[in-house]
Design a protein around this ligand. Structure first.
Ligand SMILES: Cc1cc2nc3c(=O)[nH]c(=O)nc-3n(C[C@H](O)[C@H](O)[C@H](O)COP(=O)(O)OP(=O)(O)OC[C@H]3O[C@@H](n4cnc5c(N)ncnc54)[C@H](O)[C@@H]3O)c2cc1C
Length: 305
């Protein structure tokens, strides 16, 4: 990304919401559960699995967190009814991590219990580094209480992640490994792209050595190749790992990987609270900065007329 593009990307929060919405539509299934079900049905028809995310961040009221848990129960019921191949991904802050650990535990148990009733699975997304300790603590508590239909996400960007893998090893956790979207200070995170990639592979090696089921979540071509080489070195069968990508990203590559025989899961966010997620996706899209700058400038010129 050029310096100008990086600068524009940092200014994205100042871009008018309608512009953000227009350019981020591809990353979001829609506003309603029916929209998400339709997208998942299409993905399944194309040989892909899905994981559904109910959008909701920076929630400040207890009732809202219960409503999110209810929305997840609705997702699980709808996917079961329609016989879809989809699990769910939850953000603990949406289930009240920032408000109350106990309520968050309650909400999460609610979702995990509902998923278990359908023979389904819950993936706990990982958020910024202020939430890592509590997220891993809650994950461990659930697993120690016998809830095995739950997995977690670890971020290669964080320097602590290899230690976290070692600390979790006794649980043989199901882990989604990703680079990590939240920019963290150099004291706790790798800030250089190459260092993040190297750590991604170190973490993947450690997880595979520990016998974890791994969701390899990246669109980075080099990392996909290196990861698949490791999967093959470990002699893993098709059902013993999966690739994961975000809705709206590298769709052609996604199809090729499925055609090559890999299982691939697409992250499908839906809901009214599309803004924060959309900004993060646009900030990562290397081709988007210039486009948005032009669209914003055009809009301002029209408004100025
Ligand atoms: C299924 C899934 C779940 C995730 N869950 C989490 C999580 O719980 N916590 C967390 O911190 N992070 C999560 N992430 C985000 C992840 O950490 C990265 O921020 C994100 O995947 C981009 O990193 P990358 O490995 O794809 O590499 P990048 O170097 O960012 O991207 C590689 C290439 O992919 C394409 N690309 C990437 N992003 C876009 C985009 N938005 N639009 C268009 N093209 C794009 C470009 O061609 C780019 O060159 C998740 C990612 C995936 C795929």
């Amino acid at each position: 990304m050029s310096l100008l593009d990086s600068a524009i990307v940092r200014l994205l929060p100042a871009v008018p919401k309608p512009v953000v919405q227009r350019f981020s539509a591809r990353y979001i299934a829609g506003a309603t559960l029916a929209d998400a079900v339709a997208v998942v049905r299409d993905l399944n028809a194309g040989g892909k699995m899905a994981t559904v995310d109910v959008l909701g961040e920076e929630i400040t009221h207890e009732e809202e967190t219960r409503a999110i848990a209810q929305a997840y129960r609705d997702v699980l019921a709808a996917t079961d009814k329609a016989s879809l191949d989809a699990n769910v991904s939850v953000k603990l802050t949406a289930l009240s991590l920032g408000l109350s650990y106990e309520l968050c535990r309650e909400n999460l148990l609610d979702v995990v219990g509902a998923a278990a009733g359908y023979g389904n699975f819950v993936r706990i997304d990982m958020e910024d580094a202020t939430t890592t300790d509590e997220t891993l603590r809650l994950y461990r508590e659930l697993r120690e209480d016998g809830h095995d239909n739950v997995g977690v996400v670890l971020q290669a960007r964080l320097k602590r992640t290899l230690d976290d893998i070692a600390a979790l090893a006794d649980l043989r956790p199901s882990v989604r490994i990703c680079k990590g979207i939240y920019l963290e200070p150099a004291a706790i995170a790798f800030t250089d792209d190459e260092a993040i990639r190297v750590n991604f592979l170190r973490c993947l090696d450690a997880l595979l050595d520990a016998g974890s089921y791994v969701g390899i979540a990246t669109h980075d071509e080099w990392l996909i190749g290196e990861s698949l080489a490791r999967v093959s070195q470990h002699g893993l069968a098709r059902e013993q790992y999966e690739l994961q990508m975000l809705l709206g990203v590298r769709e052609e590559r996604r199809d090729e990987l499925v055609a090559e025989g890999h299982r691939l899961r697409v992250y499908v966010p839906y809901g009214e609270q599309w803004y924060e997620y959309s900004v993060r996706r646009l900030q990562e899209n290397p081709a988007m900065a210039g486009t948005i700058a032009r669209a914003t400038a055009g809009r301002m010129l029209r408004l100025g007329r």
